[in-house]
Design a protein. Structure first.
Length: 158
């Protein structure tokens, strides 16, 4: 029993961490609402695409050069033709990634797709499709969630 105690403690700790983190939803981004909204959308094509899933996690991504005025947009949708669309919060504004430097008035964003999805697409013969930067698009809207919350508050005050 004494030999099993560390394993049991690690198991219990892991389960409690998973339980706590599973319930935390840090993204209020709803992909369907985001794409269906009637607000003006701005799209950016990838400047560079890296598709090397055999190197492990975080080796399938696109780098996008985004105008500075979109830094305040809370959510973005990255769409990769053949792989689907993914909604996420904006983070990681940088001036350079992988020897790509942002032009004045812009910043760079790196957006990933899951390694297992990339491997599945490669096995289906779509390597060149996901490796083509023209097939990667980053979509922004002008504060869809702020306008919805202001509409809700104005509707409830009348």
């Amino acid at each position: 029993m004494r030999r099993q105690l560390p394993y049991i403690l690690i198991l219990l700790l892991s389960l409690s961490i998973i339980t706590l983190w599973w319930t935390v939803n840090d993204s209020e981004c709803n992909l369907k609402d985001f794409l269906a909204s009637k607000t003006t959308k701005f799209q950016v094509q990838a400047t560079k695409v890296v598709v090397q899933p055999w190197r492990g996690r975080h080796h399938v991504y696109g780098i996008f050069m985004v105008p500075d005025e979109y830094k305040q947009s809370p959510f973005v949708v990255v769409t990769v033709q053949g792989a689907g669309s993914y909604c996420s919060k904006q983070f990681g504004h940088k001036k350079n990634f992988d020897h790509i430097f942002a032009e004045p008035g812009t910043y760079l964003m790196r957006k990933f797709i899951r390694t297992r999805i990339a491997l599945r697409l490669i096995l289906q013969g779509l390597y060149f499709q996901i490796n083509d930067q023209q097939n990667w698009t980053l979509t922004f809207t002008q504060d869809i969630y702020s306008s919805q919350s202001s509409q809700n508050s104005s509707g409830s005050s009348s």
